[in-house]
Design a protein around this ligand. Structure first.
Ligand SMILES: [Zn+2]
Length: 179
């Protein structure tokens, strides 16, 4: 190999080859293309992924510690209506409405408490609705609509008045928890 010709080391087999080579004459591996990654490139990519994973995990731990109870009074149900839905053999009372989040955080709402009162204000029935898997996320200082099934209820209980409160909520996942 003439000394004037620029050379490089093949990152795959470590032989000295011409700098302009498109294919290594020793190991026949391509020296170009998007799938060509040296061990240094792989290390850099792996490091980036590890940093993102660690950051995401740390954020998740931080988010999980955030408690809902201090913010509970800041989530208010603005309006509600009941309906009865028939789906094949199944009949289910459905509650829908609007709610507002006056807190500075995003919450994933997982539990609602519905209380029915008679004319004297005595509780005649209470129902719990919602679950861990409910996709009901409300952004900070925002309103959103909601729709919940009242399990094991085929008719709306007779009542003079009712109340709806958000009983359980948790911080959402990493991407939405930016506040
Ligand atoms: Zn090579």
């Amino acid at each position: 190999m003439p000394e004037t010709e620029p050379t490089k080391v093949c990152p795959l087999c470590a032989e000295t080859i011409k700098a302009a080579a498109k294919v290594c004459p020793y190991c026949r591996r391509s020296q170009r293309g998007i799938f060509f990654l040296s061990r240094y490139d792989l290390f850099a990519v792996f490091s980036c992924l590890a940093i993102i994973a660690a950051f995401s995990f740390g954020w998740h731990l931080w988010g999980t510690r955030r408690q809902f109870s201090p913010a509970q009074h800041k989530i208010t149900v603005l309006s509600t209506q009941f309906g009865v839905e028939r789906n094949g053999d199944r009949t289910n009372v459905v509650m829908s409405g609007m709610l507002t989040n006056a807190s500075a955080y995003t919450w994933k709402l997982t539990g609602f408490e519905i209380r029915f009162f008679d004319a004297s204000g005595k509780t005649v029935d209470a129902a719990h609705a919602g679950s861990e898997y409910l996709e009901l996320t409300v952004l900070p200082h925002a309103e959103r609509s909601f729709r919940l099934d009242l399990p094991f209820r085929e008719i709306v209980p007779a009542h003079a008045s009712f109340s709806v409160t958000v009983a359980e909520a948790k911080p959402p996942g990493f991407w939405l928890d930016s506040n």
